[in-house]
Design a protein around this ligand. Structure first.
Ligand SMILES: O=C(CO)COP(=O)(O)O
Length: 258
């Protein structure tokens, strides 16, 4: 089996201005040591307006923290007021970009088709998408979480070639567990993350599927991360609220010590 480096990514959502971002990343960098960075890849996903400041800090101080954006335009350039292109994110040396977060699907009506276009826009600019998928409460209650989530994976990966899909990160984030304090059980997380890996093997091949990192997201904290990371198909966490607290996020990075 391929060894996958865990990816702990902090999705700040609409929190921390650029000055707060600098202080936050400085604190995080100071708290993490070389051993942490060898064991785990650590990334922050700040609001657009913070990215230039984070880039300057990370590059100036040669920090090992990686960073990315929370969204990307499906378009290359032009008359799309308020949107930010992949080329602009690449120019800021972003490593990652979140695609299809449930908050964008819910509040901005993002469809699987749009997510597909955004995944392609990311690869066009050598950005790694963190593709978010996951079911809402109704779907979970009906027991349809696997079918629902796999349909989102299929939609977002339509016509994405293997050379690109091999580097994607997929975050399984059940909507009912986001910001609610209600974390999925490790078994819940494994059920869907394992099914996602199985679908990647069907869409591409087993070798590719074994390489792709699949994160869990939804109320991850220092106290619950170890049990989730112990699951064979969970390769990291996409962390919302707890990533705004440096000490808590460091505990998550150090999940092996919990
Ligand atoms: O949506 C999330 C990360 O993208 C999860 O948010 P919380 O960790 O705040 O539940």
């Amino acid at each position: 089996m391929a060894t996958r480096t865990p990816l702990m990514a902090g999705n700040w959502k609409m929190n921390l201005n650029h000055l707060e971002a600098i202080a936050h990343v400085q604190k995080l960098a100071f708290a993490l040591n070389d051993k942490d960075h060898e064991a785990v890849e650590v990334a922050v996903l700040p609001p657009f307006t913070d990215l230039r400041s984070v880039q300057t800090l990370v590059e100036g101080d040669k920090l090992k923290i990686r960073y990315g954006a929370q969204d990307i335009s499906a378009h290359v350039s032009g008359a799309y007021t308020g949107e930010v292109s992949g080329a602009m994110l690449a120019k800021l040396h972003c490593a990652y970009v979140v695609v299809g977060h449930s908050e964008r699907r819910q509040y901005h009506n993002e469809t699987d088709g749009l997510c597909n276009a955004k995944v392609k826009a990311a690869y066009l600019n050598d950005l790694t998408p963190i593709l978010c998928v996951g079911e809402g409460l109704e779907v979970r209650r009906a027991g349809d979480q696997v079918a629902h989530t796999l349909a989102q994976v299929d939609g977002a990966l339509k016509d994405v070639p293997a050379e690109h899909a091999a580097s994607i990160v997929i975050a399984y984030e059940p909507v009912w567990a986001i910001g609610t304090g209600e974390v999925a059980t490790p078994e819940d997380a494994q059920e869907v993350c394992g099914a996602i890996r199985g679908r990647l093997a069907e869409l591409y091949d087993r070798e590719l599927a074994e390489k792709v990192r699949i994160q869990y997201g939804g109320s991850v904290k220092g106290g619950n991360v170890a049990a989730i990371m112990a699951q064979p198909d969970v390769d990291g966490a996409l962390v919302g609220g707890a990533s705004l607290d440096v000490d808590e996020f460091v505990r998550i990075v150090r999940f092996r010590d919990q």
